[in-house]
Design a protein around this ligand. Structure first.
Ligand SMILES: CC(C)(COP(=O)(O)OP(=O)(O)OC[C@H]1O[C@@H](n2cnc3c(N)ncnc32)[C@H](O)[C@@H]1OP(=O)(O)O)[C@@H](O)C(=O)NCCC(=O)NCCS
Length: 117
């Protein structure tokens, strides 16, 4: 059963500014170690971070009524074929279907929450 949907959009400049201002503190507050380690600091670094931030917000929107979660309770990772997926730090009985896109200036993510049966 579909439990909810969520969408979020992030301006890449905001991500760049946050990192310039707070550096690693910002990364540690928002992302899990594994998420940061998997994004190489080359082309699209800020876009990929912003997309993961947007994905976390989209997931929270999709499930928030039932399960209050913090950004770090949610990990956004990639399968071998590149497709993103969401991993919760604790089991909440919800599966997430996730899609991410990013261009130079914006990142967008959409999440659909499904109750596990
Ligand atoms: C996967 C694909 C759809 C990504 O589209 P894109 O326009 O290059 O890039 P977008 O910014 O829209 O999307 C990038 C995100 O797609 C997601 N993605 C990557 N592979 C994916 C897959 N197999 N399934 C679902 N999502 C995928 C990732 O989350 C990625 O962001 P991330 O690397 O930061 O995690 C595209 O590369 C692709 O394979 N298209 C198939 C058609 C094709 O080959 N077209 C080219 C010839 S016309």
């Amino acid at each position: 059963m579909i439990a909810g949907i969520g969408i979020d959009m992030i301006k890449i400049e905001k991500m760049r500014e946050a990192l310039q201002r707070w550096g690693d503190d910002f990364l540690e507050r928002v992302f899990n170690k594994e998420e940061v380690e998997k994004i190489c600091k080359g082309k699209m670094y800020y876009q990929r971070l912003a997309a993961r931030f947007a994905a976390k917000e989209a997931v929270i929107k999709a499930i928030s009524k039932e399960h209050p979660l913090s950004l770090k309770d949610i990990a956004i990772l990639n399968r071998e074929n590149g497709a993103p997926y969401c991993q919760f730090k604790k089991n909440i009985g919800i599966d997430i279907f996730l899609s991410i896109t990013h261009i130079e200036d914006y990142a967008i993510a959409c999440a659909v929450a499904q109750k596990e049966v």
